[in-house]
Design a protein around this ligand. Sequence first.
Ligand SMILES: [Zn+2]
Length: 97
Amino acid sequence: MNDFINEHEINHTRKLHTCFGCQEPIPIGSHAKYQSGMFENNFFDGHFCNQCEKIQDECPYFHEMAAEGYCEGDILTNCRQCNQAKDCKIRHKGVDV
Ligand SMILES: [Zn+2]
């Protein structure tokens, strides 16, 4: 089975979701991204908050990590551990340097 990924934007969530990237709640009525797909024969799906979506799209260090796959909470963890966080403008909220 080949890896694939599907995603769509949700403008106003109707249920409370937990963000896959940072494990924080995404409030009802907020914008979120839903992704599902297959990575190395494992099905995954999850919602992503705006912060994590921005990191996914724009952070070059995230792209290095994501190439190997990542688990729940890893976007925030990676952001916290990133040596570049001081100079980075796409930090996850709650990450202090
Ligand atoms: Zn998040």
